[in-house]
Design a protein. Structure first.
Length: 261
């Protein structure tokens, strides 16, 4: 069953049973997310982007994940699971999801959606029930390239400190380079926090911010562009592991703020 939040003329539609996915964000009646079963905006937990060959090491133990984007594992497990609604109001919803097989550890993910008239704040919490484990969390929104109102295509504005060089295997080489012109399917470093502005000229400006220093930008499709704040880079379970412990959960937040032009 879908959950709808409203604030002013903003309307957010979430489907807990379909991976805790945002299915729609309408601002003044205008949809800003690409529609379809694979699109909207979905959560990436407990890893973001590709994990090399579906394998990661935790201490001396090597774990094998399902290879769902051969030869790699991509975008975590929770987008394929049903979430439970912990509480909901007109402007806020809290969802939870259990981590278990095929993820080799037991834990819980909490996702909070807070809608205001001019913003949407998204928050993740990842906690363990037992053993510590490396994890990542992030968002994968598919913003429409064109809002379908006869206006111009979206432009992206951001000023990253570096770009992660992408290897032939589509993973960062761990070499930082000066940002290259698009099109992109690349990870960028923003050490002061993610700050990317999408502008549909004379229609809408939407700013994506997060305190996390990592963002993936994907704009190789004709229909949509993706701006993905995440707690670590692709393959980060191996290259930038962030341990979730019983006393130190992983918490990350992002805000989308908009104004009409």
């Amino acid at each position: 069953m879908q959950t709808r939040l409203t604030a002013g003329d903003a309307e957010l539609t979430i489907n807990p049973e379909h991976g805790g996915r945002i299915e729609s964000l309408r601002i003044g009646g205008t949809e800003v997310l690409r529609q379809g079963e694979r699109f909207g905006s979905f959560p990436m937990v407990p890893w973001c982007g590709r994990t090399e060959n579906g394998r990661f090491r935790d201490g001396a133990t090597v774990h094998q994940l399902p290879v769902n984007a051969p030869p790699h594992a991509i975008h975590g497990t929770v987008r394929d699971l049903a979430w439970k609604t912990a509480r909901s109001s007109a402007t806020e919803t809290v969802l939870t999801c259990e981590l278990d097989d095929p993820w080799p550890y037991r834990g819980r993910v909490t996702q909070i959606f807070e809608l205001a008239e001019d913003s949407l704040t998204l928050t993740f919490g990842v906690e363990t029930y037992e053993d510590s484990f490396p994890a990542q969390a992030g968002w994968h929104p598919w913003f429409l390239r064109n809002l379908g109102q006869g206006g111009q295509d979206v432009s992206l504005g951001f000023d990253p400190a570096w770009q992660e060089e992408r290897g032939e295997n589509h993973l960062p080489t761990r070499r930082r380079i000066d940002p290259l012109p698009g099109p992109w399917d690349d990870c960028f470093g923003m050490p002061d926090g993610v700050d990317v502005t999408l502008t549909w000229p004379e229609e809408l400006e939407l700013r994506v911010t997060s305190r996390t220093p990592w963002v993936v930008v994907y704009d190789e499709q004709r229909e949509a562009v993706c701006v993905e704040p995440q707690s670590g880079p692709p393959n980060g379970l191996n290259t930038h592991p962030r341990l979730v412990t019983p006393i130190d959960p992983l918490e990350v937040a992002s805000t989308w703020r908009w104004r009409r032009l």
